[in-house]
Design a protein around this ligand. Structure first.
Ligand code: XLS
Ligand code: NI
Ligand code: NI
Length: 450
């Protein structure tokens, strides 16, 4: 094994293990709310939150944007003599980061971890070599794989799509990559496998057979599922909804759309959704809305934790910082029963002009603190039960009598209509009390009910 595969260099010198110091701490490199071992309700914080770091943003994205070149230092690629050596160094940096930050999980795309080779076979060999190294690093550090995925959007060959490409040859090349990425995910004990269809959509209907493309996507997913199950994969498959970008329209628009698609093609038993906060916003939804939708449909899986910039119409992938939003999201997650295979993956990047190595730590620390506090607030609300009690009460007329009969399908429209004339004048005049509930929510947020 080449020397560069035995990592010994420190890439984040001067930064030690990030620890919990409490809300009074003025140490920017300490947690203010995230106290991994603290028990909240039935579980430790770390087991509720299951934080993951995204390999692509942390160690691959370099600050380049459509208007300017890379700005991030990436010390791990400076002395590398080959793309494979650079990938090995990058992995050392990544695992150093995971362990110093104290996250238990990470997520990656095939091409984040290993460079594309001169042929599909060489690309697969490259990936296997790096997967072996990742396996060793996982064993040595205890860090686990939340999910793996394949990148079917960066290479120019995917400019017209991956699984929905109008050329069969490209679909087949995509399958080669997905098969290898599934193998990699299984080899690393991944708890999930994600499909984000960045280019599975269209730029104009003038050149698109939408029906055919969607059928191809479904066929591709069925094949991937069957292959993974045959190889013994027990984890969850996730579809990550996003309405657009880079395509004008992405088929996996939002949770409801994905749910309909999964049912239409018989994929609903194996697939769940990986909900990204910024994507929810692009679809015109609240983050918590998407989580509640998924929970109601029984397909809640995992979360890409980030935030958008509401005045920008693209995926800015910023670190989450709003306690209000994280509290609403954690409430929805707790209501959904919490995570099983999924977790909170920081699909978030530091800004182009954040060029110190500590910035990556500080971004994650802020995000982890935001969710830790969100969890505490959500737990307070659940335990106290005022909000849930209010909601239950609001629907109480369906708990017994004719309401209950209606719910279980025991009334015809004629019967229902007859009951309608009886409730005339009395039903319909109950306040939704939104203002009271919003104020109550703020009291939980401020720790008044602790
Ligand atoms: C892009 C997506 C992507 C997926 C993984 O918008 O969020 O990063 O999470 O392919
Ligand atoms: Ni994402
Ligand atoms: Ni995204």
């Amino acid at each position: 094994m080449a020397d560069y595969f035995v990592g010994n260099k420190e890439y984040f010198p001067g930064i030690g293990k990030v620890v919990y110091e409490g809300r009074q701490s003025d140490n920017p490199l300490a947690f203010k709310y995230y106290d991994p071992e603290k028990v909240v309700g039935d579980k430790k914080m770390k087991d509720h939150l299951r934080f993951a770091v995204a390999y692509w943003h942390g160690f691959c994205a370099d600050g380049a944007d459509p208007f300017g070149a890379a700005t991030h230092p990436h010390p791990w690629s400076i002395d590398a003599k080959s793309p494979m050596e650079a990938a090995a160094h990058k992995m050392d940096a990544a695992f150093e980061f995971f362990t110093k930050l104290g996250v238990e999980f990470y997520a990656f795309h095939d091409r984040d971890m290993a460079p594309e080779g001169a042929s599909p076979a060489e690309s697969e060999r490259n990936l296997r070599t790096l997967v072996d190294k990742a396996g060793e690093r996982q064993k040595a550090t205890g860090v686990k794989l939340l999910w793996g995925t394949a990148n079917l959007f960066t290479h120019p060959r995917f400019m017209n799509g991956g699984a929905t490409n109008p050329e069969f040859g490209v679909v087949a090349l995509g399958a080669h990559q997905v098969k290898a990425a599934i193998d990699a995910t299984i080899a690393l004990g991944g708890q999930g496998y994600t499909f984000w269809g960045g280019r599975e959509g269209y730029m104009t209907l003038l050149n698109t057979d939408m029906k055919r493309e969607k059928e191809h996507l479904a066929r591709f997913l069925l094949m991937a599922r069957d292959y993974a199950r045959k190889q013994g994969f027990k984890g969850a498959f996730y579809i990550e909804p996003k309405p657009m970008e880079p395509t004008k329209h992405q088929y996996d628009y939002d949770v409801e759309t994905v749910a309909g698609f999964l049912r239409a093609y018989g994929l609903d038993a194996d697939f769940r959704v990986n909900i990204e906060a910024n994507h929810a916003e692009l679809a015109g939804h609240d983050f918590a809305h998407e989580i509640e939708c998924a929970a109601a449909l029984g397909i809640f899986g995992s979360v890409d934790a980030n935030r958008g910039e509401p005045r920008n119409g693209w995926d800015t992938d910023q670190f989450p910082i709003s306690y209000y939003e994280t509290a609403l999201a954690m409430r929805a997650i707790l209501k959904a029963g919490g995570f099983t295979t999924g977790g909170l993956n920081f699909d978030a990047k530091i800004r182009r002009n954040s060029i110190d190595l500590r910035d990556l730590f500080e971004g994650h620390i802020g995000g982890m603190d935001a969710f830790a506090l969100g969890l505490e607030v959500a737990w307070r609300m659940m335990r106290d039960g005022k909000l849930d009690g209010f909601i239950r009460q609001r629907y109480a007329s369906f708990d017994s009598g004719d309401g209950e009969k209606f719910e279980r399908g025991g009334l015809s429209l004629e019967e229902l209509a007859a009951l309608g004339s009886e409730s005339y004048g009395t039903a319909g005049f109950t306040s939704g009390r939104q203002e009271y509930l919003e104020n109550l929510f703020n009291q939980y947020l401020l720790g008044v009910f602790a």
